[in-house]
Unconditional design. Structure first.
Lengths: 259, 532
């Protein structure tokens, strides 16, 4: 049975007793936690602890991996996202995702940002232009690229590319944005820009971020979950975790005694 | 020694040496073809040999070689031409036989519409029984006149009479169709109308034939008298002459002009004399068109197959079996594909089409015989493995991250495929297409039983509705080489043409590939900036 963790205000995502198997190997063991609306929640833990696997469950990206079986339940807005009636593409529009390595499409900046909205059937150029501008402004990239929207996104720097990917996710107006180690391939300056931007995004969106960088988690997140070997060891308000961890394992990890 | 072997140096030498050998062989091949192919149209000097037995010969030197087992003895192969007089184009002369060897300034080479070249001295224009001397300018204007006449005749034969024939054939078919139907007032009326039109056409036809006869009469009127090397006089109708040249008095500039004119004729002209002379344009046209139709057929076939195999089929025993079979298909001898094309496309498919849509012209087949469409489809089957394999590789090379990025934005599998994966794989797909085109352009064996002919009367594209005639037989450079080099009545004279045609084939394939490569690079750019 999962351990009792703190109760967060205004939960939007409820993860209830979630276990996940890759074939016969169990990767997640009875995870239970709630994610608070319009807050940043970070997942930390050593490599292979299951934190990436967990956030990929939230928009069902794990469906793409063969031989995955899932037990338990995830609810977003009180709706079971693994129920057979749910439309996966609809879910992914509500739960956007940004990956570890910037993966802009080999198209123009403009085309990258409006990729999602266009899939939903928006054809009018005026509306698409508005969406693009808004998303790029929220992604703190508008001023840098507004003059070259129709050049290839691959010509941008790594940090800019990652912000394109974030803007691309924002353009869908999701409720939740998942970020899987978004800064691990970036330099400190680019990282700082993205962190600033995430703090702004909190006003409108629920953000869940997986990170290896504990300082990053401490700097930007409101809640932090610490994972080890597929288990959620501790989940608490960020300042509590970093100043007053309840578990021995958590303390060892954040003080750098292992990991 | 051991240290030397371990240092790896010998292996570098071995590998580099092998590469060098390959490069040398390939460049040697190309250089050989180029030397033989480019040289053919350069005007050769006309030599007059006087032999010990008093024979006088006039001709071009074709080849010179030492006589085996004799020291410092050579023999020369002379192209004496005048096939209609001497019976053969070439003669071997031993150096020992030759008394004198001169280059007469006024020796003329006549290029004729029939019987190959004629070498001799121009005496003048025949007038009654006498001969009227002919100036160079007068000769040139005579030639111009006769060319204009030739053009007119061709126009009538090909365009006017061709058109009439085409329309008459249509009426004939419709009449035949009407007789197959039940007789009614309507069909009878229609038949009467058709018969009236037919009669009208026949009238025009006869008129055209009369004009044609008059033209031919006119063409035969003027003859020039040529003095041959052995002293005989020969009458040559001006109409038969394509061009005359005096290579012995030509300057460098004149030679270049001659060369360019001949090369131009070769590329844009039609073949003459059982393909051994004239041009190869119909063959170039047939080759290019066949390859293009083949590409249009093979790309969707190969790409869709590969997309299913790679994206949907998974990795079961059957899908692996299919994959291996597809790769093995590339190793099947091409003639087998030809037989398949004959049985499946021509007899089964074409025969079916004939029965359904062209029943009035049966038993003479329309689609139920070899044609450019069936040849192209046969070759597209032959080349489909290349496209499948290249496309599969192209699809594998698309990073997983890109697909995930698309899925994460709510795209379905097919949307992701269509908007992200296939555009990314396009360079790979086009590389496959380029390889397929190269393969198809060089293939001859399956074409021989699916629609290539020695001489096609008309191109597959012309001015008659529906303009593109995919059922027509066509000419092909590869087959042209085989035919000219090994099947023509005058193989010896045709050998230089073989090299030149090979050269043209090489250039055609090269041009096709370069075009495809340019298209690929353009597409790459276009895909990265276009709206999806």
């Amino acid at each position: 049975m999962a351990k009792e963790h703190i109760i967060v205000p205004e939960p939007i995502v409820n993860i209830i007793d979630l276990s996940l198997y890759y074939g016969k190997v169990q990767a997640l063991k009875s995870i239970a936690l709630d994610i608070s609306k319009k807050k940043i929640t970070s997942f930390i833990g050593p490599s292979g602890c299951g934190k990436s696997t967990l956030i990929r469950c939230l928009n069902r990206m794990n469906d793409l991996v063969e031989s995955v079986t899932i037990e338990g339940c995830i609810k977003i807005d009180n709706q079971d996202i693994y129920s057979p009636t749910i439309d996966v593409t609809e879910l992914r529009r509500r739960v956007g995702m940004v990956f570890q390595k910037p993966n802009p499409f080999p198209k123009t900046i403009y085309e990258n940002v409006i990729y999602g909205p266009r899939l939903t059937g928006i054809r009018k150029k005026g509306i698409l232009d508005d969406i693009c501008e808004k998303a790029l402004k929220k992604g703190a990239l508008w001023d840098e690229v507004k003059d070259r929207l129709h050049t290839s996104a691959l010509d941008l720097s790594g940090g800019q590319q990652q912000r394109i990917c974030i803007a691309r996710a924002i353009a869908m107006e999701p409720e939740v944005i998942l970020l899987d180690e978004p800064c691990s391939a970036l330099d400190p300056i680019a990282t700082a820009k993205i962190e600033d931007m995430l703090c702004d995004l909190k006003k409108d969106y629920t953000v869940i971020i997986v990170t290896h960088n504990m300082q990053q988690a401490a700097r930007i997140s409101d809640y932090t979950g610490f994972f080890m070997l597929g288990k959620l060891v501790e989940f608490n308000i960020t300042t509590e975790i970093f100043t007053n961890p309840r578990e021995k394992q958590t303390e060892d990890y954040i003080t750098g005694r292992f990991g | 020694m051991k240290k030397f072997l371990r240092s790896g140096n010998p292996y570098i030498w071995l590998t580099a040496g092998t590469l060098t050998a390959c490069l040398l062989m390939i460049s040697g091949l190309v250089v050989l073809i180029m030397i033989n192919g480019f040289g053919i149209f350069w005007p050769h000097k006309i030599v007059q040999f006087t032999l010990q037995d008093g024979t006088v010969l006039l001709g071009e030197i074709a080849k010179r070689e030492p006589i085996p087992h004799q020291k410092d003895a050579y023999r020369t192969k002379v192209k004496v031409g005048n096939r209609d007089v001497y019976g053969m184009d070439f003669r071997w002369i031993d150096d020992a036989e030759v008394v004198s060897q001169t280059y007469p300034v006024h020796a003329l080479a006549f290029e004729r519409r029939e019987w190959g070249n004629l070498y001799g001295f121009l005496q003048g224009l025949r007038q009654g029984d006498g001969v009227k001397p002919l100036e160079k300018e007068a000769m040139a204007s005579l030639l111009r006149e006769s060319h204009a006449l030739y053009k007119k005749i061709r126009n009538i034969e090909k365009k006017d009479i061709g058109n009439i024939n085409y329309r008459m054939e249509k009426i004939r078919l419709e009449l035949k169709h009407l007789t197959l139907l039940q007789l009614s007032e309507k069909t009878r009326k229609r038949a009467a109308a058709l018969n009236a039109r037919m009669a009208h056409l026949e009238k025009i036809y006869r008129e055209k034939e009369d004009t044609l006869a008059r033209f031919y009469e006119k063409a035969r009127e003027k003859e020039v008298v040529v003095l041959l090397a052995d002293g005989r006089e020969k009458m040559v109708p001006v109409f038969q002459i394509i061009r005359t040249s005096m290579p012995n008095e030509m300057g460098a500039f004149a030679k270049v002009r001659f060369y360019v004119a001949k090369s131009w004729e070769f590329i844009w002209g039609e073949p003459r004399e059982a393909n051994t002379e004239g041009g190869v344009f119909p063959a170039i046209f047939g080759t290019v068109m066949m390859v293009l139709i083949m590409s249009i057929a093979v790309v969707p076939l190969g790409v869709l197959t590969a997309v299913y195999l790679k994206e949907y089929a998974g990795d079961s025993f059957i899908s692996r079996l299919v994959r291996i079979s597809v790769s093995n298909l590339a190793g099947v001898p091409s003639i087998v594909f030809g037989i398949f094309g004959l049985g499946f496309f021509i007899y089964f498919f074409g025969g079916g089409i004939d029965k359904l849509f062209f029943s009035e012209s049966l038993p003479s087949p329309t689609y139920g015989t070899g044609g450019i469409l069936w040849a192209a489809l046969t070759l597209s089957l032959l080349t489909v493995p290349v496209v499948v394999v290249a496309t599969e590789e192209g699809l594998s090379s698309v990073p997983k991250a890109l697909r995930e990025g698309s899925y994460a934005l709510g795209a379905t599998k097919i949307e992701t495929l269509w908007k992200v994966v296939i555009p990314q794989a396009t360079p790979g797909i086009l590389t496959g297409t380029i390889l397929a085109m190269a393969r198809a352009a060089g293939e001859v064996a399956p074409l021989m039983i699916t629609g290539v002919v020695k001489l096609a009367p008309s191109l597959p594209i012309d001015s008659h509705f529906p303009y593109i005639h995919l059922e027509r037989k066509f000419m092909h450079l590869g087959f042209h080489i085989y035919d000219v080099g090994f099947q023509s009545p005058n193989v010896e004279a045709a050998i230089p043409m073989v090299y030149t045609t090979t050269l043209v084939l090489l250039f055609t394939v090269l041009t096709l590939n370069l075009t495809a490569i340019i298209v690929r690079n353009k597409l790459k750019k276009w895909y990265s900036t276009r709206a999806m």
